[in-house]
Design a binder for this molecule. Structure first.
Ligand SMILES: Cc1ncc(COP(=O)(O)O)c(C=O)c1O
Length: 380
């Protein structure tokens, strides 16, 4: 049987990983500035995370949500403490799309309404409503198309206000990434997020902060929306939450009450996934990784801004993007194949940096030096 061919892949087989390094099957070492698409939050194969999973594996790895699973509460307590959202409630699932799907559904249950505001260049996942709220028609199947999603320009307060004035009483939710990832690292302005908060309050809509990529400490704040001083009603999470172990979740403001069976999942919140997620939070806390993301991220961003050939350096913490001019379009491939450095991209010409939050200053320097060398080489 063949694999269903949906991914354009690099001809590399990774067989070993540690921290911000991975090795291929010929023992070639790579610096990982991509984090397997923003997933590696505490570093590959962190020993504490691995031990947490192994210890749990020897006890029980799965039972359904029909019994008490105390490690879920342990995770909720730790997440509440680190995110500062102790009064929110946690619902666990398995992926980012599923987290957004549940958040949108919950907003609709809560408000009794159907319309969702999403933004240009947004990416919220590939399940039915999440993909409908994603601004990429090529991944929306005919069955996913719905007139319930309204796309507005990103960071445009007037357009948002006009939309609420016109149909505010039908809006169930506004869903927004604090920093758009797939869309090319576009940071939502504080005043835009504050407008979303106040319009949602005024019209009784739910503010959903898609924090799947920009959340979990990557921006230097637990949720990137925190920098605007606003609290969303629902935060969605996945990627860095398990450092590669599949887990997603939403945290829900106390104003939205739970009702039995309104949400549910077979695998969500299983013992093993919770152990992995606890391992992540424990390391984030003990190694001050949010602070590290801010420090190393600020340094990287400042240094990148000094490289004249790359444009529009932007982002926050260790979620950074920059534009690559046409004459350097081979840069990403050169970094991978010649410099042995993984980076991310966004179409058409953006390089995205999404490394582990434990990236060291030394590794940031190695990246910067290689990038400068690559640019010089490609220009000659
Ligand atoms: C902002 C955002 N939301 C949702 C998703 C979907 O997450 P998953 O691939 O885990 O379903 C992604 C994935 O890239 C994302 O970047």
């Amino acid at each position: 049987m063949e694999l269903f061919n949906v991914y354009p892949i690099n001809n590399i087989t990774i067989t070993k990983a540690l921290g911000s390094r991975v090795w291929d099957d010929a023992s070639t070492e790579y610096l990982d500035m991509y984090g397997g698409h923003a997933v590696i939050s505490i570093g590959h194969q962190h020993p504490h995370w691995a031990k947490r999973i192994k210890d749990q594996l020897d006890k029980i790895s799965f039972y359904s949500n029909s019994i008490k699973i105390p490690i879920q509460q342990e995770l909720a307590d730790k997440l509440g403490k680190l995110s500062g959202k102790e009064d929110y409630a946690l619902f666990l699932c398995n992926s980012g799309a599923e987290a957004n799907e549940n958040a949108l559904k919950l907003a609709s249950f809560y408000t009794g309404r159907k319309k969702i505001i999403a933004f240009k260049k947004a990416f919220h996942g590939r399940t039915s409503l999440a993909v409908a709220a994603t601004d990429n028609p090529s991944i929306v199947a005919p069955v996913n198309e719905t007139s319930n999603i309204i796309f507005l320009p990103f960071n445009d307060e007037n357009a948002l206000k006009t939309c609420f004035e016109k149909e505010g009483n039908e809006i169930a939710a506004v869903i927004i990434e604090g920093i758009q990832g797939v869309g090319g690292i576009n940071v939502a302005s504080s005043s835009f997020l504050q407008s979303i908060r106040s319009l949602c309050d005024e019209y009784g809509a739910v503010y959903i902060a898609d924090s799947v990529q920009c959340g979990y400490g990557r921006s230097g704040h637990f949720f990137s929306h925190d920098y605007a001083g606003v609290a969303a009603d629902i935060y969605t999470m996945a990627k860095g939450m398990g450092n590669g172990f599949p887990i997603g979740g939403i945290i829900i403001s106390p104003k939205i009450p739970a009702k039995h069976f309104m949400l549910g999942t077979t695998f969500g919140g299983n013992h093993l996934a919770c152990a992995a997620a606890l391992g992540v939070l424990e390391v984030m806390e003990s190694e001050n990784l949010m602070q590290n993301a801010k420090q190393v991220g600020d340094h990287l961003m400042n240094e990148l801004k000094l490289i004249p050939q790359i444009k529009n350096v932007r982002g926050m913490g260790l979620m950074i993007g920059f534009d690559v001019p046409e004459e350097l379009k081979a840069l990403k491939g050169f970094l991978l194949n010649e410099c042995k450095i993984f980076t991310g991209e966004a179409k058409p010409n953006v390089i995205r940096l999404l490394p582990s939050l434990a990236l060291t200053m030394e590794d940031a320097e190695i990246f910067l030096a290689s990038l400068k060398k690559a640019i010089t080489h490609l220009q000659d």
